[in-house]
Design a protein around this ligand. Sequence first.
Ligand code: EPZ
Length: 421
Amino acid sequence: MSKLFIEGCHRLNGAVAVHGAKNSALPILAAALMADGVSELQNCPGLSDVDASVAILRHLGCRVEREGHRILVDNTGLSGSDIPDDLMREMRSSIVFLGAIAAKTGAAVLSFPGGCELGPRPIDLHLAALRQLGMAIEEERGQLRCRVRGRLKGCKIPLSFPSVGATENILLAAATAEGTTTILNAAREPEIEDLAAFLNSSGARIRGAGEGTVVIEGVDRLSACCHRVIPDRIETATYMAAAAVTGGSLVIKDVEPAHVATVFPAFEEMGCQIDVWKNELLVSAPARLRRVRSVRTMPYPGFPTDCQALLMAMACVADGTSVFIENIFESRYKHAGELMRLGAKIKVEGRVAVVEGVPVLSGAPVECTDLRGGAALVLAGLAAEGETSVTALHHIDRGYEAFEEALAGAGAVIRREDGTV
Ligand code: EPZ
């Protein structure tokens, strides 16, 4: 079992560079199976979730070549329409393949993605929308058996919640449907815009992506194209938090500032200075952070739920008491228990967590509970006296490429040991 060993209380200085967005690359890889020919995706991050998506594409008969952050997807050999249970379990967000596979092949069989560390993760909005488009979906024995007779038919789809995944599945299914589809209350995340940009480059006709109402005029077919994935805004916020929690000063390169500006107010309230120019940020932190009065997670452009754990790590060592309200996921405070092992003072009551900042944390062995919670534990380790060891690193490897190398390059004392047990 691999472990990270961190010796805390070293200020970060220098520079890091972010990679392409995981949550953009995943739906775009699904979209690539719909685009006839060889699509080229640039700036794809080297993550286990991307590996899982590539494995699904290959299982379906696509030829996939990877050269660093460049991925070529040739859908010519596409012949399958099922995602095996083991691949579904490896990455629950594989549900985004449903719309693409069914629209392209006329059928799809995959197992229910099930829950994860963040809670039950229902897909009712996905299934209701796809059924409105004319997809026949049978749910039996934990499997989804989907069929499209003829072509999907465009329609108006009001979403009761701006679900990112459901919006993506609708974009994929409606791109080649007959007629026009209008999504009301669509998710507005930058990753939605990026998926629409890929689809439009392959011949789709999508307007309004990134806004609450999106209009998709179905086309007959999609053709392969070349697309560069946008920078990862959550990885950007993670390195911002690393500078903040160590009282350091960090240049973060290859970012899209506009996509991460939603967290600037919280960082500034805690005493950080953020300078922006083109695709770089300079984050300068005070010797000790101030508390953040309250952080309410909301759909984009509100405060991102994926940054809640990162800000909590900062709040653990801030001066004063911070309040978090997690409005998106039912169970997204699992990292609080592990932070308390480092000496953090946190009280969780349902969707609310109250964090009373302490002057310094104390290093201890901790275990990642999920992707962003795991990143928060590393951040807390950077601010803790003594040694912190972090296990269950597969959570972190899902969403961060060369995480410890980047932190070490900016002055952190951190190393990974690939143990045998
Ligand atoms: C995406 O998950 C991201 N994952 C998540 O990032 C992110 O936290 C989330 O959006 C919110 O921004 C990927 O893009 C791969 P949702 P997704 O559908 O699509 C409920 C990370 O750290 N809901 O917007 O699953 C759901 O239970 C991951 O990279 C339904 O009730 O998010 C949740 O409470 C973690 N029914 C809320 O909506 C549905 O059919 C938000 O879910 C679908 C969702």
